[in-house]
Design a protein around this ligand. Structure first.
Ligand code: HEM
Length: 414
């Protein structure tokens, strides 16, 4: 087995080889003989057990094929143009009106509405108390999903996850499930009109070999994957944007006169922040057969860490100033602006377009899909968001990952 080599982002807790160049990480993601190994040691009895992200061929292909249609282009456009603007109008203004002045919490509440809808949890977008409760549960699920990086006792994390899963079932899932099962029984909910994960799983339960506990975990996993990642990306982008505005006041003033250019600029800010601060800093894989990646050779059961932070700052791809936040960065053709922030290959993020959209092709007939991270940024900017000079950002100390617990802000009339 290969020895651990230096890693530039977070410490790892297992023997393995760390790949750090953009090309090695990209190739590894597309290599079918490298299977998922995310937090394998703590998988049993934890939230990720047998969820789509943990599966390998052919089980992964079957589950993913069932779930992919939820993220079709027309569904994403419906979220972007119809559902999310309505969420912003109600949820954001209600939350700001009720005194919330933490950009991370606001982003969480907004992205939670969409995440809940896609997962199949029926929640009223103006019901801030219910959304807060979902965010609270999600914070526990996240600790389980990133357990290797937790600074807490791992068994405590797993028992908290199990309590949270039970509460989530009692308070949200059981009701949503009963409604869908009644519609399936009367024939009005079918695979043709199913538009959320829970419906898709219930309709194909037998074919996919799912039991009730796995349905619960899969829904909880989607809920946390959708909202936690997007809201942290909003916070990362906003922090960098505040610094950028201070350095470029006249350019920012001129962007205020051009709403479409500003939206596209904010999308580039979102992508640049996802590149610099990938929410999942290290992806874990295990060799299933002998395989070589660049100069490294692996035998079955070797563990391979893909250091996304290092890869996304690879100067041979992103330039000598790769460490800097630059929304105007020129990127080589074929390389996404967000690097490998959404992974790649068979486990590539299922919600990527929903979160990050699609950049403008330059054609007027096809406006870009902004994605929910840029849409939240735009909604905050329109309401005059600015840093709170009295309250600095607060880091999250429950994890070795560098992330925020809160980002205090003020709005136009504060
Ligand atoms: C900025 C937002 C997001 C980021 C940075 C992000 C990042 C990632 C990354 C890096 C992976 C690959 C994990 C691996 O290869 O081990 C992934 C997978 C996944 N993401 Fe996301 N994600 C985001 C938003 C979303 C959203 C909105 C959803 C759903 C509503 C979602 C659902 C998933 C799922 C289900 C997987 C597992 C896919 C599979 O294994 O086949 N993510 N995400």
């Amino acid at each position: 087995m290969a020895a651990v080599r230096a890693i530039t982002s977070v410490p790892v807790d297992e023997d393995g080889t760390v790949l750090t160049s953009y090309e090695d990480v990209r190739v590894a993601l597309f290599t079918r003989s490298l299977a998922q190994h995310a937090h394998k040691r703590y998988e049993r009895g934890n939230i990720l057990e047998d969820v789509v992200m943990q599966l390998h061929l052919p089980a992964h292909k079957i589950r993913r094929r069932a779930e992919n249609p939820l993220y079709r282009r027309d569904a994403v456009l419906d979220y972007e143009r119809v559902r999310f603007p309505a969420v912003i109008d109600t949820t954001l203004d209600t939350a700001i009106g009720s005194g919330v002045r933490d950009a991370l919490e606001l982003a969480h509440l907004l992205t939670m509405v969409l995440s809940a809808h896609i997962s199949g949890i029926d929640v009223d977008q103006a019901d801030i108390a219910a959304l807060r409760r979902l965010v609270e549960l999600e914070r526990v699920f996240v600790q389980g999903a990133s357990i290797s990086d937790s600074t807490r006792d791992k068994q405590d994390v797993i028992s908290d996850v199990n309590v949270a899963l039970e509460e989530f079932d009692d308070e949200f899932l059981a009701f949503a499930r009963a409604r869908r099962e009644a519609r399936i029984a009367e024939g009005s909910l079918t695979i043709e009109n199913a538009n959320d994960l829970l419906s898709v799983l219930l309709l194909q339960k037998d074919g996919l070999g799912l039991d009730d506990a796995l349905i619960l975990r899969e829904v909880a996993f989607f809920l946390e994957s959708g909202s936690h990642t997007s809201s942290l990306s909003v916070a990362g982008a906003l922090t960098e944007l505040f610094a950028w505005i201070a350095e470029h006041p006249s350019r920012w003033a001129s962007l205020q006169e051009q709403p479409q250019a500003r939206r596209e600029f904010l999308q580039r800010c979102a992508h640049e922040a996802i590149r610099l601060y990938p929410v999942v800093p290290v992806l874990r894989r295990r060799a299933t057969e002998p395989v070589a990646i660049g100069a490294q050779k692996f035998v079955p059961d070797d563990v391979v860490f893909l250091d996304c932070v290092a890869a996304n700052r690879d100067t041979s791809v992103f330039g000598t100033d790769a460490d800097r936040f630059d929304p105007d960065r020129i990127i080589p053709e074929g390389v996404p602006r967000f690097g490998i922030g959404f992974g790649g290959g068979m486990h590539t993020c299922i919600g990527r377009v929903l979160a990050a959209g699609v950049e403008s092709s330059g054609s007027r007939s096809e406006p870009p899909i902004l994605g929910q991270v840029a849409q939240v940024l735009e909604a905050l900017v329109v309401r005059g968001v600015r840093p709170d000079p009295e309250r600095p950002p607060v880091p999250d100390t429950t994890t070795v990952r560098k992330r925020l617990k809160s980002l205090p802000v003020l709005f136009e009339n504060d």
